[in-house]
Write a protein that binds this ligand. Structure first.
Ligand SMILES: [Zn+2]
Length: 64
């Protein structure tokens, strides 16, 4: 899943920013939320990065 983002310094930055499953994802944008969801997919309900990004996308999709 990560391969589609490989080679970009932006994705390296986001990876280091959002790699900790115990932390809520901060300062999300739609692109970052999609990235976090791709990176943390399958981590289960204990992964707060995934939950936070999912909630962000749900809000975004509800608003538009
Ligand atoms: Zn995770």
């Amino acid at each position: 899943m990560i391969s589609e983002f490989a080679g970009s310094s932006t994705s390296d930055l986001w990876l280091s920013q959002y790699r900790d499953c115990a932390c809520e994802p901060l300062c999300l944008t739609v692109e970052k939320a999609r990235f976090v969801i791709a990176v943390h997919a399958g981590h289960g309900p204990a992964c707060r990065e995934y939950l936070g990004a999912s909630a962000f996308m749900a809000e975004f999709e509800a608003a538009y």
